[in-house]
Design a protein around this ligand. Structure first.
Ligand code: TSX
Ligand code: MN
Length: 636
């Protein structure tokens, strides 16, 4: 028998519980609601761990698990701070793997749209239950042999809120357990709520590296990259993730549950699970409004959520930086939103005291850093912290290479997808109501993309249908997956392209349908672009704290101020209606609508949407495209 890591006090009268012949080393199995007991027992039989540890979310539990990870070498304490740890992964396990992420339903077209013949569908991958069974039968039996199975009860959203949902994650990774404690609400209190008949989302995760290990374990990070598979069963509210310990692949509460599974529940129940930040803006008059905003990756969504306004008198508060669950209130018709998460799992490189001081201040304690560099004095380091770290500091990179800061500019300390994982409650500008069980009322929905060319700073939609169309044609510049292709503007409708758990055409129609209930107070929809370049590739807009000027205009529009004028692509700010005091801006360049660009763009958008969605593309969107073409034809 290997080390039993929890001392059993009073063993002489405690009967050691077992599931089959596998011992429960911590917790009381009888405390689990019957439906959880049944599923956990099945998972124990399937995965055959050496023991079962039922988590309670306590600090002692975290300390014990942290200690184990430090002893094993997976975590290193960052001595410069209080309770901060750094972790370096196997270099093959550093990001979400879209090509290995599947949705399983009996009917293929419940999961993915009817893409045109020859078009490569990038709006989700489907596999049949029969085929997936073969794949899972090859992976799951015995996958936790020799390892501990942790049972993690968690709530997405404040425990007990009518807007929250409960999950149970079973995992053999204690790194995942520690991260789940930051990103979700882990507590044995969950069991009491489930007893009242609530359904729960079943989340099974394994690193796919049973003991004795057959492969080389690199960096004390067990994983199985060849066989990685992330599978969603939206019909039965279940996720199975195998082979990866990284972020979105393994912290199943986040993308898998809060977006893909919850998105499908939301479709069934008439609400929305979106890839959006939630923030409030208070103007100098003391009026506060909440907005939700969706951006594809590399647009600075977390930076916007925690904005430090560049003009005095404004206050920003953050409710969430990644996911919003929203529903129209049956009584008042307001759109109310909660952040289902409890932490921030943000891209570290680029984050510093200039771009996002509040993020830095949030992760000075109780945080986990993955694939960043470490300074010789036990601090974190990543690209972007050059000006805040003394030159001459010795850095150990995420691959274990040592270098002196400032000496060799080609040396990289961090993986580009390196992350901080920190508790939201520690954020200096966290909103008082960030855990309000009733959610916060959303006045505007903002979509944005990184568009170097053609797209003005801000566009307001003409109406709801036009807003849904703006979201459907969302695009952003990204470093393409294939390294040699460089930067490309890619489609990412609603910033949800990799995250919708059902047919994307049905998803767009679901958005359109909210207009049909006259009780719904539909928020105004906007599109923003902080990233337009001039002919010398210089940014036309300063961005960051100055974005408050755009947010202020958006909020004044929600108050009905007459500060917008019609253009072929939407409503634009009237000249001088955005406060530009103290800035030197080439307004005409920033706001121009180049006809040739937009004519090509709408053609390309129609082709892409038609290829991807085929007959599942809602008719309202086709109509919007035709209307836009018509308006553009009248442009000089
Ligand atoms: O996060 C960004 N935001 C949103 C902030 C609230 N970034 C960083 C993007 C990578 C994640 C931005 N980068 C933003 C922005 O608004 N804008 C830009 C582009 C930009 C970069 C540097 C400058 C200006 C614009 N510097 C100067 O003008 C000196
Ligand atoms: Mn995200």
């Amino acid at each position: 028998m290997e080390d039993v890591n929890v001392p059993f006090v009073e063993v002489h009268y405690v009967t050691i519980q077992k599931v089959g012949d596998i011992p429960i080393v911590k917790g009381d199995f009888k405390e689990l609601p019957p439906q959880v007991q049944k599923w956990v027992a099945q998972m124990v039989q399937l995965c055959t761990p050496r023991g079962v540890y039922i988590c309670d979310g306590s600090d002692e539990e975290a300390e014990m698990v942290t200690q184990k990870l430090v002893e094993r070498g997976t975590l290193t304490k960052l001595t410069k701070y209080e309770n901060n740890y750094i972790c370096w992964t196997d270099p093959r396990d550093v990001a979400r793997v879209e090509s290995k992420t599947f949705i399983v339903t009996d009917d293929k077209y419940a999961s993915v749209p009817h893409s045109r013949e020859g078009a490569n569908c990038v709006l989700g991958l489907w596999m049949s239950p029969e085929e997936m069974k073969v794949q899972l039968d090859d992976r799951l039996p015995g996958c936790m042999s020799g390892r501990m199975m942790y049972i993690i009860p968690f709530s997405m959203g404040p425990i007990g809120s009518p807007l929250s949902k409960i999950g149970v994650q079973v995992t053999d990774s204690n790194y995942v357990l520690l991260s789940m404690r930051v990103m979700t609400r882990v507590s044995s209190e969950i069991w009491k709520h489930l007893k009242h008949g609530e359904e729960f989302v079943k989340c099974l995760h394994s690193m796919g590296c049973p003991r004795p290990v057959e492969r080389l374990v690199i960096k004390h990070w067990p994983c199985n990259p060849e066989k990685t598979l992330i599978v969603h069963f939206p019909d039965i509210r279940k996720v199975i993730s195998y082979g990866s310990g990284y972020g979105g692949n393994s912290l199943l509460g986040k993308k898998c549950f809060a977006l893909r599974i919850a998105g499908r529940i939301a479709y069934d129940e008439g609400w929305l699970a979106e890839h959006m930040l939630i923030m409030s803006i208070t103007n100098p008059k003391g009026e506060e409004k909440f907005v939700a905003a969706a951006f594809p990756s590399a647009c600075g969504k977390t930076n916007l959520a925690m904005l430090t306004p560049a003009i005095p008198g404004y206050t920003v508060r953050v409710v969430g930086d990644d996911i919003a669950w929203m529903r129209f209130d049956k009584q008042t018709g307001e759109l109310r939103a909660i952040n289902p998460e409890a932490g921030f799992f943000g891209v570290a490189p680029g984050t510093n005291m200039k771009t996002n001081p509040n993020a830095i201040l949030t992760c000075l304690k109780n945080s986990i850093f993955t694939n960043v560099g470490e300074t010789a004095d036990g601090g974190f380091y990543w690209e972007g912290l050059e000006d805040e770290t003394p030159p001459g500091t010795e850095i150990t990179s995420w691959t274990g290479e040592k270098f002196i800061l400032g000496e060799d500019k080609t040396k990289k300390s961090s993986h580009p997808n390196a992350r901080f994982c920190c508790p939201a409650r520690q954020c200096p500008i966290i909103h008082d109501r960030w855990e309000d069980p009733a959610g916060v009322p959303i006045s505007a929905i903002i979509f944005g993309g990184r568009r170097p060319e053609g797209v003005p700073l801000v566009i307001e939609s003409f109406d709801w249908k036009h807003g849904v169309f703006l979201a459907s044609q969302l695009k952003s510049e990204t470093t393409a997956a294939a390294e040699h292709t460089g930067k490309q503007v890619m489609h990412d409708p609603f910033a949800m392209r990799p995250f919708v758990g059902y047919n994307f055409g049905h998803y767009i129609q679901h958005w359109l349908d909210f207009e049909k209930d006259p009780n719904n107070k539909l928020p105004k929809i906007f599109h923003v672009n902080w990233f337009r370049l001039d002919e010398n590739k210089k940014f036309l807009w300063p961005g960051f704290g100055d974005n408050i000027r755009v947010l202020d205009w958006i909020i004044r529009r929600t108050n009905g101020e007459d500060i917008a004028e019609v253009s072929p692509v939407g409503l634009l700010p009237k000249k001088d209606s955005i406060n530009l005091q103290g800035l030197v801006i080439d307004w005409d360049k920033l706001m121009s609508i180049p006809k040739e660009y937009w004519v090509n763009d709408i053609q390309e958008t129609l082709k892409w949407l038609d290829d991807q969605l085929g007959d599942d593309l809602p008719k309202d969107i086709r109509d919007q495209i035709e209307k836009q073409k018509e308006r553009l034809s009248q442009l000089k």
